[in-house]
Design a protein around this ligand. Structure first.
Ligand SMILES: [Ca+2]
Length: 216
């Protein structure tokens, strides 16, 4: 597994990155044709593909773009997976081959934050783990082609987006995971507090209770 971050922004930029999975199964085969000549042919089988997700993304909408494509042929229109601009991005983008290319193109004016992206290798024919909505639950834990994930929100929260998504043959989820929006402040407060407290260890909680007891 490989995780790195790119955080970059320039005016008049033409920047290119190609990410290559290093974990490739190399298989050496002797075919009949090659037996006569003694030639040895090596075949490469893709076992891993590239998954990226953005921690931050903000490019001047309509003028600055990040194009993402499958494979190593940078700029080949037939391989384009996404053309991103503005601030809305998919949860995950996954290649079909062991390579993915990114091309950042900006114009001469109006900058913005840029982007920060994580990338890693995942098993082939997978869309990757898109996560679970905050204050929601997910049914399903398969991320391979044709697998379906279903979502619900905790009581008091409204689901905005798709209730189910499917991992398509092109390794892309059919939609982003939904978000859960608070409908009733009192119920939401309980779940938000529960979410905060679960990050504390039992020791910290006991210490807090003891300290409160002493103060009283
Ligand atoms: Ca610009």
């Amino acid at each position: 597994m490989l995780i790195k971050k790119i955080n970059f922004f320039l005016h008049n930029a033409q920047c290119v990155w190609v990410i290559t999975a290093v974990n490739i199964n190399k298989v050496s085969l002797n075919l009949c044709l090659f037996l006569f000549t003694g030639t040895h042919q090596t075949y490469y089988f893709i076992s891993q593909v590239i998954q990226i997700n953005f921690e931050e993304f903000d490019l001047e909408i309509g003028y600055d773009t990040l194009t993402i494509g499958d494979g190593g042929e940078v700029g080949d229109p037939k391989t384009v997976l996404q053309v991103l601009t503005g601030s809305f991005v998919p949860d995950l983008i996954v290649s079909m081959s062991n390579q993915m290319w990114l091309h950042l193109q900006t114009d001469e004016s109006v900058g913005s934050v840029g982007f920060k992206v994580n990338y890693k290798e995942i098993e082939k024919e997978s869309c990757g783990d898109p996560g679970t909505p905050l204050y929601g639950i997910r049914e399903g834990d398969g991320f391979s082609n044709r697998d379906v994930l279903r979502f619900e929100c905790h009581f008091g929260f409204e689901l905005i987006g798709e209730k189910s998504i499917i991992c398509q043959e092109n390794n892309q989820w059919s939609a982003n995971i939904p978000i859960c929006i608070c409908m009733y402040q009192n119920f939401c407060y309980y779940f938000k507090m529960h979410n905060i407290l679960k990050h504390f260890s039992l020791y910290v909680i006991i210490s807090m209770i003891e300290r409160l007891t002493i103060c009283n």
